[in-house]
Design a protein around this ligand. Structure first.
Ligand SMILES: O=C1N[C@]2(CO1)C[C@H](C(=O)N1CCC(COc3ccc(F)cc3Cl)CC1)C2
Length: 303
């Protein structure tokens, strides 16, 4: 460390020298996470988290994938978790996509011969769709868990949408209210975990952030008619945070030859953190879809 300079610290006060990270195009430290299989990896999975949360919430899914000999990687979006940046503040949604592509290119350099899949949840689903839209030849498949394709009228009420568009010019930092934890899942343990997680942002969503989410849904809508990558989609019928109609629009609009939508009756938003019977079904569907895509078992516990 050069004389007199102070080490860069994460929002939690941890030196980035002690954390895996990369530095984005704006010079911000982006906390990154890697889950490596015991054997040599047969494919890469890029997990993309949603608004206000962070990539370490995907440890359960990552464990399932490393057991299939996937090398799983992810990062905390700028303004989220252990990455730098004002909490849940972005002046252009494309920054999330740009940082995704930077991480993708870093991993492609390290593992040039492995197929790459992406899995996005909620806002992370919109980021994933727009990332694949920019780099369609880089991906063998896309998994989406309750993606943000259309805003939900319950969380993005027409008043909030109208207010966000109008107020963005005069009061961009005004709060639209925080994400209701009881909308995230029906699983009380998962609601508790979300509510008590210090790396989750529990503050109000800024008007300016809401406008960027709306911009994202417009960009996603434009991308869908040309989308050709294989897609596995999951959505709960009682999702109050991202409208299930968005997943129906997506599955009907994309040109992918292989496209599947699994609907979970009565389920809420975070299907990977829902009631055990839902989450185990989602993980099994992901496992079999990936095995089918890669042709064969490849599981480390094959007997
Ligand atoms: O496990 C998880 N899932 C999480 C949290 O923890 C849910 C969260 C996530 O990404 N979204 C849920 C909220 C939704 C709000 O949307 C809007 C609000 C105002 C507005 F003006 C326009 C829009 Cl579109 C965006 C997507 C990630």
């Amino acid at each position: 460390m050069p004389e007199g300079s102070t080490p860069a610290l994460s929002p939690q006060g941890v030196p980035y020298a002690e954390l895996s990270h990369y530095i984005n195009a704006d010079g911000q430290h982006i906390f990154s996470r890697y889950w490596k299989p015991s054997g040599s990896p047969r494919a890469l999975m890029f997990i993309v988290h949603g608004a206000g949360e962070h990539c370490c919430r995907y440890d359960d899914l990552a464990q399932i994938l490393t057991a299939l000999n996937f090398l799983v990687f992810s990062h905390d979006h700028v303004g989220h978790g252990q990455s730098e940046g004002e909490r849940m503040t972005i002046h252009d949604f494309h920054i999330f996509v740009r940082d995704n592509i930077q991480h993708l290119d870093l991993m492609k350099k390290q593992y040039p011969d492995l197929p790459i899949f992406m899995c996005g949840h909620s806002m992370g689903g919109a980021i994933a769709i727009l990332t694949v839209d920019e780099r369609p030849d880089d991906f063998s498949g896309l998994i989406l868990i309750s993606p943000l394709v259309l805003p939900s009228p319950q969380s993005a009420t027409s008043f909030k949408v109208f207010a966000a568009k109008l107020l963005n010019y005069v009061l961009p930092n005004l709060s639209l209210g925080s994400i209701d934890p009881s909308f995230v899942s029906r699983n009380k343990k998962e609601i508790e975990a979300y509510t008590t997680d210090p790396l989750v942002y529990h503050g109000g969503m800024k008007v300016s952030f809401g406008v960027q989410l709306l911009n994202a849904t417009s960009r996603v809508e434009k991308a869908l008619p040309l989308f050709k990558v294989p897609v596995l989609l999951f959505h709960g019928t009682l999702d109050k945070l991202c409208d299930i109609r968005g997943s129906h629009v997506m599955i009907d609009t994309i040109q992918s030859e292989e496209k599947t939508l699994k609907v979970y009756e009565g389920a809420f938003h975070a299907l990977h953190k829902e009631l055990p019977e839902v989450t185990s079904s989602v993980f099994q569907e992901i496992e079999s879809w990936l095995q089918q895509k890669l042709g064969g078992t490849g599981s480390s516990n094959m007997v």
